[in-house]
Ligand binder design. Structure first.
Ligand SMILES: [Zn+2]
Length: 101
């Protein structure tokens, strides 16, 4: 029997159908050895208060969480993601310009 387990989630403040949903998504990664999860956006790691910072040596000790905590941190951080200076609100406004339905 194969074993199947999720090892990665994405949390985005944009709706799943939005073309930029993935660009604004934080990644939640599972860490096999410790059975814990981390929250990342690009090269940044996310602390328990949701703020991002560059990866540092002790991130693998201090910034690993149970899955429910990691999801909560990502949910807190997701509305504050910017891509090329564009906020979540900017991305939503642009998609409405492109598709005025
Ligand atoms: Zn960290």
């Amino acid at each position: 029997m194969p074993s199947i387990r999720p090892t990665h989630y994405q949390v985005s403040a944009l709706p799943a159908a939005h073309p930029a949903c993935r660009d604004y998504a934080l990644d939640i990664h599972w860490h096999h050895r410790t059975d814990t999860w981390s929250v990342a956006y690009a090269d940044t790691c996310h602390a328990p208060d949701g703020t991002g910072h560059p990866q540092v040596a002790d991130c693998h000790i201090h910034h690993r969480y149970p899955l429910d905590r990691a999801i909560a941190i990502a949910e807190r951080a997701a509305p504050h993601v910017t891509v090329n200076g564009r906020t979540v609100a900017d991305a939503l406004a642009r998609s409405q310009e492109a598709d005025p339905t």
